[in-house]
Design a protein around this ligand. Structure first.
Ligand code: HEM
Length: 643
């Protein structure tokens, strides 16, 4: 029908042009002498162009519509609004403890139900969601394709026409500009090579040591102080972890102390000590706040402003955002200048720098010229602080919540890590970075299971720059140009059907293989925290750090931090969840990444540690006494010899 219309219009236009030409003979005299006819000709040419373009667009819409029709998609009752109607009907995010997301729709249960229907009941590898109906509103319809099957996801990340990141990061641009996260082509390769080198073994050890130092110097004394506070012994854990991870990142990224934990502790101490004057004190602080913000406050405000910008779909950004980003750039620029002077000083004095942070790597030169521009150095330094902050906070927060209600898992963790704290058999200080990475199997299982159940980076998004064919051993889909492809570990990792891979193993009858098949067939529900779940199968969709060339470059650093915090906290403290929070369950919500609602946890020093401390104190006392006694004896001896 469209083709017929197109052919008819083009033919009639050609006829009109030919008619003008034939009545007047050649075009040259018309151009020179008769402006009226020239104008008619121009108008006809413009009309022809518009109609031609319109017909071209109609053809494009028709092709788009046919491709969309061929793709699997959940049924929709609304013939105009298509899937948008179901999205509009979604309730807002549960408004419990976070006040930032009043207007945020909770679409995850809906996507989850579509995924169950399309992939686990009907057996598709992915499904299409249409914003507005492609047949009724072809000019406005936008397609989102959810890739669920793991093989399909790998195909997506390796496809050359699916390398653009989509609009996910548009609202955070001022923070991640000039960084490896949004760079493309040659620039991305250059930055990725350098950043991958930056996350070296030395930096991992710095992460490990910095985490232990902050835990022992700031966090554990805070736990002890809270424990003795009979009014409220519960720590607001998500708040505290957010500050802790930022402090660690400051040190590892650019040797900068954000002082987030200090700020929390001192504000609580002030509140605790002078509760009656608290309002006055708070007012004073707020007045000072605008004139002199700490780097930590700037970071927190910027994160909040991104959330607000995101809520208003980029149409409104809080005024303070620009100033905050400028202030943060100034902080980082000062640190970069100091670092460059330090490096120069070390070169001049022939000193080697053992305390290498990520910024040191970013300042590397090649043939005397810096590899990154100044903007790229600042951009990537900022990115490291942001990319690793929220993600690690969510993982640690979800992990302690799950452990708070699984004492048996805590006991199994202790069986593994306690010997490393033993003075006789271990180092006495707990497992090292290498121990945690290679030898502590159960610690790794716990971390992996948390990243399966609560992956903080909920989804990544790629945009199809052309029409794209995705082909795997089971599925083939043709996606229209401009389709946004979503890959979500939260969905794919939860609903993997392990029984399909266990079928192959069941054919063999050896004992080990039968045991392996039995393990794979565990019928533990997918939303239950179970570190014994087998996810070593290579077909298991496990990609919390994304897959392909653009996976997370900070993965090992995040793992180093999570593992050491887990080992140190579980060794030193018993974890007691606040009863109300235990009953309510873990509150999770989405703002760019997955977030965990604040909850209370009491940290009680383990009896074993208390006893160890008492024994050490007794030993110290005895040895001091011995020294004193022998000193006294020596004095007596001296005195008697003097007599
Ligand atoms: C549990 C913690 C973390 C998780 C789950 C995580 C997850 C991810 C994911 C899914 C991506 C891909 C994003 C996309 O495709 O748009 C990514 C990229 C990235 N992550 Fe992480 N991340 C974590 C921690 C960190 C840390 C600690 C750092 C650095 C300090 C970091 C630095 C980066 C960078 C620089 C990229 C961009 C890589 C590129 O485009 O080449 N991440 N991360």
């Amino acid at each position: 029908m469209l083709d017929l219309f197109a052919t008819a219009t083009v033919t009639s236009l050609l006829k009109t042009t030919a008619a003008i030409g034939s009545t007047e003979g050649s075009l040259a005299p018309i151009i020179v002498g008769n402006t009226k006819r020239l104008a008619v000709l121009v108008v006809v040419a413009i009309c022809y162009y518009i109609v031609y373009k319109f017909i071209d667009k109609l053809r494009e819409w028709k092709r788009h519509y046919l491709l969309v029709e061929a793709l699997p998609s959940p049924d929709t009752a609304n013939s105009w609004l298509s899937h948008l109607s179901a999205i509009i009907a979604c309730p807002n995010v549960k408004e419990n403890k976070n006040h930032l997301n009043k207007n945020q729709k909770n679409v995850w249960p809906l996507i989850e139900s579509w995924c169950k229907e399309m992939c686990y009941q009907k057996g598709h590898g992915g499904f299409l969601i249409n914003i507005l109906s492609p047949s009724r509103l072809p000019f406005a319809s936008k397609c989102f394709f959810w890739a669920i099957d793991y093989e399909l996801i790998k195909e997506v990340v390796n496809h050359p026409d699916l390398q653009t990141k989509g609009s996910t990061y548009d609202n955070s641009k001022s923070l991640i500009d000039h960084s490896v996260l949004i760079a493309t082509g040659h620039d991305w390769k250059r930055m990725r090579k350098l950043t991958a080198k930056a996350f070296s073994n030395t930096v991992m050890k710095i992460t490990h040591d910095a985490s232990i130092r902050i835990l022992h110097d700031k966090v554990f004394p805070y736990f002890d102080q809270k424990q003795s506070n009979t009014d409220n012994p519960y720590v607001d854990l998500v708040k505290l972890i957010g500050r802790f991870t930022l402090d660690v990142l400051g040190i590892v990224s650019f040797s900068y102390e954000f002082g987030g934990v200090d700020e929390l502790v001192s504000s609580e101490t002030t509140k605790f000590c002078c509760d009656s004057n608290y309002n006055e004190h708070q007012q004073q602080q707020e007045q000072q706040h605008e004139s002199k913000k700490t780097a930590h406050q700037i970071m927190i405000e910027i994160t909040r402003d991104i959330i607000i910008t995101n809520r208003f779909r980029g149409l409104y950004t809080p005024k303070r955002m620009d100033k905050n980003v400028r202030d943060l750039n100034n902080v980082i620029n000062t640190v970069v200048d100091t670092k460059m002077q330090q490096q120069q000083c070390n070169i001049n004095n022939n000193k080697s720098n053992n305390n290498i942070d990520l910024l040191d790597h970013l300042l590397e030169t090649q043939n005397g010229a810096p590899i990154l521009t100044r903007e790229e150095i600042v951009g990537n330094t900022k990115l490291f602080s942001f990319a690793g902050h929220d993600t690690t906070t969510t993982t640690l927060s979800a992990m302690f919540y799950e452990l708070g209600r699984s004492p048996d898992i805590v006991e199994r963790l202790r069986e593994e890590i306690d010997p490393y704290f033993d003075d006789e058999h271990g180092s006495g200080c707990g497992p090292s970075y290498n121990d945690l990475r290679g030898n502590c199997t159960y610690v790794n299982k716990v971390v992996r299971e948390i990243l399966r159940l609560h992956p903080p980076a909920l989804f990544s998004r790629k945009s199809a720059t052309k029409e794209v064919v995705l082909k795997t051993s089971k599925f083939q889909y043709v996606l229209p140009k401009n389709t946004e492809v979503f890959m979500g570990p939260w969905i794919s990792q939860r609903y993997y059907d392990s029984s399909s891979s266990s079928k192959n193993i069941n054919n063999n009858n050896t004992k080990e293989e039968e045991a392996a098949a039995e393990k794979l067939q565990r019928k533990q529900p997918y939303d239950v925290f179970d570190p014994d779940r087998t996810i070593d199968d290579e077909n298991y969709p496990f990609f919390p750090f994304a897959v392909g060339a653009r996976n997370c470059v900070g993965r090992e650093m995040a793992m180093a931090e999570i593992r050491v915090v887990l080992a140190q906290v579980v060794y030193h403290y018993d974890l007691i969840l606040k009863p109300e929070d235990r009953i309510e369950g873990l509150e999770i919500y989405v703002v760019l990444t997955l977030k965990v609602g604040n909850y209370g946890m009491k940290f009680v020093k383990r009896k074993k540690i208390e006893e160890k401390k008492v024994n050490e104190a007794i030993q110290d006392f005895n040895s001091n006494n011995q020294v004193m006694e022998s000193g006294n004896q020596a004095n007596q001896h001296d005195e008697s010899s003097n007599i």
